[in-house]
Design a protein around this ligand. Structure first.
Ligand SMILES: Cc1ncc(COP(=O)(O)O)c(C=O)c1O
Length: 624
């Protein structure tokens, strides 16, 4: 298989050679004309390859013609603006790719037989570790590559890290809180900033003599809707409602779902509070709420879920909310359970906030009634925009509890009459949508389309290495383990680009003292901050998942109205919460290596004790 995938301003050629996927070129281009000026130095290990590509492209026999196309794609990785490869021939001593195929045949698997390829040697240029750790890190990196050679097929992300995420290394931050929010690619902000400063955008609701301004905003909003539908491979019949975040999308469903005394709401214990919150709407209307228990490492047993769905299905309007991936336990629930719930007559809601950033979601394969996402979790920018991707037929079942500007065509004042606006999605978008940011959503999806295929493999390598390394670390005084990983570990290691993982790339863990006691998370946070590591501690707004990991589900019965977290911790006799390390879009070996060094600091008696002493000396109430 061979395909070319454009991002906003780049080209990636990916070739599958005997089962090994090789990324050949990542060139940042604005147009054919300045292609040569903008060759991204992916092969910058001494400049040889870079020069090679440049000079090859300068040769007169090279035809490099392309046009952008806005039709939706059918191929993974390229589902927004497609590169239409009419004639493409990029050659050098090492690389020859020829195509005279039209777009259709180019994408066609049958095309495999038509191209001729010679491959460059695999050149991998690691990011330089800090001088103090150079030897250690370099040795660890070579050992890592020996164990995980497939990591090299994801080197495009290292290029990305050197360009779009260079600031992380510039400021020396090890960012491992991708589940909290992805880091943003700089080019996305630049392109968006340029667009805003060169455009005049008006309120999408405005009708004025200069309608052109609001028309541009409306066009950008429509483009973003199309890009979202295309990204999630939504078949016809779906629409997009813009919200402030995934929570806003979940709330839209909760508040408008026609719960009755004959309904039920079924959800997993290992869910985000924004999914639990829907139970308030259900209970207020007299519906039953039923929980699917969590396994000790999160998620649920599918057969138990099926049994609960079957057993509790009520007479009318039943809703099943599924957490695609838990934000604390790392468990992915099988999406096929949605089909099952649907076959029983449930309406289905997928919380994909944690799933979407690193997993392929196809609404054609999983035609859920509604799905909630936040875009900052997927590509870091912009914040303040999420979406409910939803079947129009489902929207027609919902009963909005109110109306607002933008959602109505006419309102009788005073009086009870309202007519809602004709466009279904507008009936659910209260007030003015965040129209200035929507071009960045379109571009962000384009950007992620290009890199998403590589993420599961890359994160699988990094996660395996990280977990095995920290589990192996021992306290130097007692030889006892330093960490206990509580979250779900993947059942298998991925081997090639295109495979999907059965978990996310989160590790939730607790740190153990030499005597085996859990160390305070606030101390761990202090040590992390002192080493410029961004991670997160606590329950991550997922109390059921946290309780399952910590083995304190039965203590939930001890809660009473007005109880605080402090009260609960006192009653249970332990700190409630975990340390969460989450990898994502721009994660590299160096990040993982820094985390391992950080755990090693705690394993070392001397360094841990001195950090402990300084932590104990921080005045109470002073933030880390
Ligand atoms: C699984 C899950 N659902 C929902 C949310 C809520 O997302 P947001 O805060 O963007 O609304 C999160 C946030 O972390 C999450 O991880």
């Amino acid at each position: 298989m061979c395909f070319f995938s454009p991002n906003r301003d780049g080209i990636i050629a990916i070739v599958n050679r005997g089962g090994v996927t090789v990324m050949i070129i990542d060139a940042l281009v604005d147009s054919t004309a300045n292609f040569l000026e903008k060759v991204n130095p992916i092969f910058d290990a001494g400049g040889r390859e870079r020069k090679h590509i440049k000079s090859a492209l300068g040769e007169p026999d090279i035809t490099f013609t392309f046009t952008w196309d806005t039709s939706p794609a059918t191929l993974w990785a390229t589902n927004s603006r497609l590169l239409q490869f009419q004639t493409a021939r990029i050659s050098s001593g090492d690389i020859t790719i020829q195509s005279t195929a039209s777009q259709e045949t180019f994408w066609n698997e049958k095309y495999t037989a038509k191209y001729s390829l010679e491959f460059p040697p695999l050149v991998y240029v690691p990011l330089a570790p800090p001088a103090s750790q150079q030897d250690d890190a370099a040795r660890a990196y070579s050992a890592f590559l020996k164990t995980f050679p497939e990591y090299q097929t994801t080197w495009i992300i290292d290029t990305l890290r050197r360009t779009d995420f260079a600031r992380l290394d510039r400021v020396g931050e090890t960012y491992v809180d991708y589940m909290g929010g992805s880091q943003l690619p700089e080019s996305l902000v630049r392109v968006h900033g340029d667009f805003l400063t060169q455009s005049v955008m008006g309120n999408t609701h405005s009708v004025s003599s200069r309608q052109v301004y609001s028309k541009l905003s409306t066009r950008c909003a429509d483009e973003a809707r199309d890009a979202i539908l295309s990204f999630f491979r939504a078949p016809s019949g779906y629409t997009v409602i813009f919200t402030a975040n995934a929570t806003g999308a979940l709330k839209l469903v909760g508040e408008a779902f026609p719960f009755t005394e004959d309904s039920c709401y079924v959800l997993g214990t290992d869910s985000h509070n924004s999914v639990h919150g829907i139970r308030q709407y259900a209970s207020r209307r007299g519906a039953q709420v039923h929980y699917i228990p969590s396994m000790s490492t999160g998620g649920f047993v599918p057969s138990t879920a099926k049994e609960i769905l079957r057993h509790h299905k009520s007479k009318s309007n039943n809703l099943f909310a599924l957490t695609g991936q838990s934000n604390i336990s790392n468990a992915k629930n099988p999406l096929s359970i949605l089909d099952y719930a649907s076959s029983l007559g449930y309406y289905t809601l997928l919380d994909a906030a944690a799933l979407a950033p690193t997993s392929v979601i196809s609404l054609s394969e999983t035609p859920v009634d509604a799905m909630a996402v936040s875009f900052y979790k997927m590509f870091g920018y912009p914040t303040g925009v999420g979406a409910l991707v939803v079947k129009e037929s489902f929207l027609q079942q919902l009963e909005r509890p109110w109306f607002a500007g933008g959602t109505v065509d006419i309102v009788q004042v005073p009086g009870p009459i309202i007519t809602r606006t004709a466009r279904l999605h507008e009936q659910f978008e209260d007030g003015t949508i965040n129209y200035l940011t929507l071009p960045a959503v379109t571009d962000g999806l384009r950007f992620l389309s290009a890199y998403l295929p590589f993420l599961p493999l890359r994160l699988s390598c990094l996660l395996h290495f990280l977990t095995t390394s920290i589990l192996r670390l021992r306290h130097d005084s007692t030889g006892t383990p330093v960490v206990k990983i509580l979250s779900k570990l993947p059942s298998r290691r991925l081997r090639s680009v295109g495979e999907q993982a059965d978990t996310g790339s989160i590790i939730s863990l607790v740190f153990l003292s030499p005597s085996g006691q859990m160390m305070p998370n606030s101390f761990i946070e202090y040590v992390a901050v002192s080493q410029s590591i961004s991670l997160r501690t606590g329950c991550m707004c997922n109390p059921g998942g946290a309780a399952a990991l910590l083995g304190i589900e039965s203590d939930m019965d001890r809660l009473y109205p007005g109880v605080t977290l402090k009260d609960f911790e006192a009653a249970v006799g332990r700190e409630l919460g975990v340390v969460r390390i989450s990898l994502g879009l721009a994660s590299t070996f160096q990040d993982v290596w820094k985390v391992i060094r950080f755990v090693a600091t705690i394993a070392n008696d001397g360094s841990r004790q001195s950090l402990w002493d300084s932590w104990m000396n921080i005045p109470i109430g002073q933030a880390v």
